[in-house]
Ligand binder design. Structure first.
Ligand code: BES
Ligand code: ZN
Ligand code: ZN
Length: 479
């Protein structure tokens, strides 16, 4: 689906028009109003209805809710609902109005682009029927020149999120640590990034014991990926770390059936890092960005690591394994040690880390952990606008006791089940060098990274969270 921003749309041959309507349908003429009311359409946020048009096969009306309450996410949802409806009706060429710019200006222009992109993505590449493969060909977006740039930004962010979604949705027989590394190299080549991939030999040399230990149980060998965007005069240096477990069977502490399914999504953090890099490659801000990806397949083979194993990290900390299913923190530890040595202004890790975070916050909200008040405030305010919901959870010092090891410094699982998302975050904190990293945040994306059923503008599967929010944070640190 191609988006094309147009300040003049006369003469374009299209099948349908997407137009926004506020609750109450005030802007419409009587005939339209009656017809829409008969369809039960009131203009509420998320509603959609279609009427036959004169110049078009159909006019797709999307609800914008109450005029005084318009938010970027309502616009995003409206654009997504519109494009989904166009797709359902097999309309190939569309004109879409710039929804909500009367109230929200640039923010709305951007949300329209994001909504169109996010709303049109579905993981259907393996379906053989042509019917399931239908894509809208072209969307002409009708807007004034002042919003063109904002629209373009939204398009880049939506595209980057969809890139992440497409990668996450690939199953474990397609994406392995090696093929993920190949993908990173391809991306690096496309945008002129530096990219280094550590194989087992290099992992040994760098004492990346977490990655090596967890990776040993699989026939697919582990990797560590370092991809970097280095502009000439960077104002800041940022390190992003993403959990790249290409499949999490749980290892010897094998997962029960209902929890193992969907664990292809345990690489969502890694894929989000690649998506952010893609957006950065397009936008090229004056910020140095390093993407670090520890990637393994967590499997129970003859060489698999076991409960009771003790490993000693390069920063001197020893860890006792209590569960091989708490593998994410073990591989992230190596990346956080490595990331600290880059002495960044900000380091952010993103990981589908704990089921406990999903228990705490539900399926649609990520857990945010940081001791930096400013970073917390900024991320939360960006997340509110992007619709990638985040909620701050505490790095509660009193829970440190819970992960104190019996025979080693720390253990990879808390003594109690309670506060599982917090004890995981506290575990990671052990590997962030406070003298070298000015500010660190951890995002537990276990809930919203992957959905079992459609929600808002997302189809079932990967969402690409938190690509849009974190990219915007990077753009802001440009200033
Ligand atoms: N990958 C899982 C966490 C997860 C759960 C992600 C649900 C997405 C949805 C992680 O590696 C894991 O298995 N965590 C365990 C930790 C436990 C053993 C302390 C969990 O959450 O049960
Ligand atoms: Zn696990
Ligand atoms: Zn995992």
């Amino acid at each position: 689906m191609k988006l094309s921003y147009q300040t003049e749309i006369k003469g374009k041959k299209v099948d349908a028009l997407i137009t926004g309507v506020y609750e109450g349908l005030k802007e419409l003429d009587e005939k339209e109003k009656e017809a829409l009311k008969a369809l039960g359409f009131k203009g509420k946020a998320g509603e959609v209805a279609v009427l036959p048009g004169e110049a078009f096969k159909g006019i797709i009306y999307v609800g914008l809710g109450k005029k005084g309450e318009l938010k970027p996410d309502t616009v995003r949802l409206a654009a997504a609902k519109g494009i989904k409806e166009a797709k359902r009706r097999k309309f190939k060429r569309i004109v879409c109005e710039l929804l909500g710019t009367d109230k929200l200006k640039e923010e709305a222009a951007r949300a329209v682009a994001e909504g169109l992109k996010l709303g049109s993505y579905e993981f259907n590449k393996y379906k053989s029927s042509e019917d399931e493969q239908f894509e809208v060909e072209k969307v002409y977006v009708a807007g004034t020149p002042e919003f063109k740039e904002a629209f373009k930004l939204g398009e880049i962010l939506g595209e980057a999120a969809n890139y992440t979604r497409a990668l996450v949705n690939e199953p474990g027989n397609v994406i392995t640590p090696e093929s993920l590394a190949e993908e990173a190299k391809k991306l690096a080549k496309e945008y002129g990034f530096e990219c280094t991939v550590f194989d087992e030999k290099k992992l040994e040399k760098n004492q990346m014991v977490g990655i090596l230990t967890v990776g040993r149980g699989s026939k697919n060998p582990p990797r560590f990926i370092h991809i970097a965007y280095k502009p000439k005069k960077p104002k800041k240096r940022v390190v992003l770390v993403g959990k790249g477990v290409t499949f999490d069977s749980g290892g010897l502490n094998i997962k029960p059936e209902q929890y193992m399914k969907t664990m292809k999504s345990d690489k969502a953090g890694a894929c989000a890092v690649l998506g952010i890099m893609k957006a950065i490659g397009e936008l090229r801000p004056d910020v140095e960005v390093h993407g670090l990806i520890p990637t393994v397949e967590n499997m129970p083979d003859g060489k698999a690591y076991r409960p009771d194993d003790i490993i000693v990290y390069r920063n001197g900390k020893s860890v006792e394994v209590h569960s091989t299913d708490a593998e994410g923190r073990l591989i992230l530890a190596d990346a956080l040690i490595y990331g600290s040595e880059l002495e960044p202004d900000v380091m952010i890790d993103m990981a589908t880390l704990t089921g406990a975070c999903v228990v705490a916050l539900g399926n649609y909200t990520s857990g945010l952990f940081t001791e930096d008040e400013r970073l917390a405030k900024e991320l939360l305010s960006l997340s509110e606008k992007s619709g990638e919901k985040m909620w701050r959870l505490p790095l509660d010092e009193d829970l440190k006791e819970d992960i104190k090891g019996q025979y080693a410094d720390i253990q990879n699982v808390g003594k109690s089940r309670y506060g599982g998302a917090i004890t995981a975050a506290l575990f990671l904190q052990n590997f962030v060098d406070g003298d070298k990293v000015k500010s660190w945040a951890h995002l537990d994306i276990a809930g919203p990274a992957f959905l079992s059923s459609p929600w808002k503008y997302y189809s079932a599967g990967a969402t690409g969270q938190p690509v849009r929010t974190v990219t915007e944070l990077l753009l802001n640190s440009n200033k």
